[in-house]
Design a protein around this ligand. Structure first.
Ligand code: F6P
Length: 549
């Protein structure tokens, strides 16, 4: 493909940007009362208001032309049809097949993956029934009460996020715990909360080589064996992995292993057996709804015109700000405590996918890719970093996520205030406060004209800060599935436009490669293989502290 920035469609956007960059959203809203109607759309129970973006209808036209120019439509079909679009690892990215209600046959390595997915789903289904019906027992004969997920990255964020998001849909009284980092303090905290006789450990690791997960698993296994002897694995451990031989070598019985495959990326694996904790909390029916919501978003993504396509529009807006306005960061602010773990989930999804600098033809990229994603549940962010959004030097587009209706116990004036807070932030970012408005307010508060003039400079707020508002009708399994699929596809579209592979993560590997050498140095100071002086200096400093304790 021609270099992105040389495409006529890119050049047209560049010229258009010069024309519209200085327009103020306040003026755009003042002159067009149909702006909200023009720049909003619905898919299922998700509503997107993107009217507070620095765009006109012409911008959307030019952006969708860019999407056509990079052959997005064909690339979307390649994704769903199982083409090897993860070209650096020579494999497809088929997370969408995991939620395909129609079980469309797709061949991967000579195997119809629709049937192996159906088999895995049946295994998951039966297991959930066994735990709920208390047929599955711990080594001392007691039913399971605690589920402990041992995993990191994609084997952690999704289950942790969904367990908190969908708490109101729990059908069992199981308690869920998560251990991700190798920090022993976390592990100790969890072990203090659980009863070993009634705990089930889910060892979730696609590769079954991840040091944090395996270190935690070995420590817990030793702890359990200490109490109950050798037979504990069968009763207290299950694994979800694409490397079953490694899980078996660890000692996990074959029948306790749920399969995963290399065509499911870690950060796209919530739909697979990695979602086991979610299915255990929700039960099979709700878990199916969760998959169904994602499937509905898949259909919307595949079928809707680009100008009415939610993931495509969100992606194009990110490209618009990142590449034309130079906005390197993006905030995601869910006004919902239940969605408090959505931000780390999306941080991995977006930054591990699109934090890349090499094009598909292996040349170096000269434009920005992958924004820095950050955020925090509303209203907390308002009292921490929103100041910078309003008056800081960076342009940071925001995605606000609101829930229309909460469960009856949370759907009162608290919820009203929460929603109003989100809306007022979006409004404040858009309109800002002029010098004159600030001045008049100060005068009304009996400031002297001189003081008011001085202070008004500090109190004026530029506004013109873009945001999207996504409203989910209710936080249900189905709608959460749709929301996650929406962001997955948004990330995919960006990757296609930037001509990068969103499905590999070679950058993460270097740290994994260097780690064993440093562990070795920490254990055996007097080896020959020294590293660099900074690492050596810190190793010595660490050893000194250890010797002092
Ligand atoms: O962080 C790198 C990574 O490879 C992620 O892509 C993945 O989700 C995580 O590690 C965990 O990997 P695994 O499931 O193989 O333990």
């Amino acid at each position: 493909m021609k270099n992105l920035t040389e495409l006529p469609e890119w050049q047209a956007l560049f010229a258009h940007h010069q024309e519209v960059a200085n327009l103020h959203l306040r003026a755009l809203f003042a002159e067009d009362r149909s702006r909200f109607a023009r720049f909003s759309l619905e898919s299922g129970e998700l509503f997107l208001d993107y009217s507070r973006n620095r765009i006109s209808s012409e911008t959307i036209k030019l952006l969708t032309e860019l999407a056509e120019a990079v052959q997005l439509r064909q690339k979307i079909e390649a994704l769903f049809n199982g083409q090897p679009i993860n070209h650096t690892e020579k494999r497809p990215a088929l997370h969408t097949a995991l939620r395909d209600k129609r079980h469309t046959p797709i061949q991967v390595n000579g195997e119809n993956i629709a049937s192996i997915i159906a088999h895995m789903q049946q295994q998951l289904h039966d297991f959930v029934d066994n735990i709920h019906s208390k047929t599955w027992k711990g080594v001392t004969g007691k039913p399971i009460k605690h589920i402990v997920n041992l995993g990191i990255g994609g084997s952690h964020h999704g289950p942790q996020m969904a367990i908190h998001a969908l708490k109101d849909f729990a059908v069992s009284d199981l308690q869920f715990h998560f251990i991700s980092s190798v920090d022993k303090a976390h592990l100790n905290d969890v072990l203090e909360q659980i009863d070993p006789e009634t705990s089930l450990f889910i060892l979730s690791s696609k590769s079954f080589t991840t040091i944090e997960t395996l270190t935690n698993a070995r420590t817990i296994l030793a702890w359990l064996r200490d109490k109950f002897g050798e037979n504990v694995l069968k009763h207290h451990f299950v694994a979800v992995t694409a490397a079953p031989e490694k899980a078996i070598a660890f000692g996990i019985p074959k029948e306790n292993i749920f399969p995963l495959w290399d065509w499911v990326g870690g950060r796209y694996s919530i739909w697979s057996a990695i979602g086991l904790p979610i299915a255990l909390m929700l039960g099979n029916k709700h878990f199916e709804d969760f998959l169904a919501g994602a499937y509905e978003m898949d259909q919307h993504f595949r079928q809707a015109d680009f100008s009415k396509n939610m993931p495509v529009l969100l992606a194009l807006l990110t490209v618009w700000y990142l590449n034309f306005f130079g906005a390197r960061a993006q905030a995601i602010v869910p006004y919902a405590h239940r969605l408090r773990y959505l931000v780390p989930y999306l941080q991995q999804a977006e930054m591990e996918s699109n934090g890349k600098c090499i094009r598909s033809d292996s040349s170096h990229i000269l434009y920005a890719t992958g924004p820095v994603i950050f955020g925090e549940e509303g209203c907390n962010g308002q009292h921490t970093y929103h100041q910078l959004l309003h008056q800081g030097q960076h342009l940071i587009p925001v995605d606000f996520i609101l829930i229309g209706k909460m469960s009856p116990s949370a759907n009162d004036h608290h919820h009203e205030t929460l929603i109003a807070s989100g809306l007022s932030q979006a409004q404040a970012l858009m309109r800002g406060k002029t010098f004159d408005e600030a001045y008049q307010e100060l005068i009304a508060r009996h400031c002297s004209p001189d003081e008011a003039k001085q202070l008004a400079h500090h109190q004026m707020i530029p506004g013109n800060k873009p945001s999207n508002v996504l409203v989910m009708e209710q936080l249900t399994p189905r709608n959460l599935g749709a929301l996650l699929a929406l962001y997955e596809h948004k990330i995919f579209v960006q990757g296609i436009i930037w001509d990068i592979n969103p499905f590999d993560q070679w950058g993460v590997e270097l740290g994994k490669q260097l780690l064993p050498q440093i562990i070795h140095r920490l254990k055996h100071m007097h080896t020959e293989d020294e590293t660099d002086c900074a690492t050596e200096g810190l190793i010595h400093h660490y050893k000194k502290i250890q010797d002092r304790l």
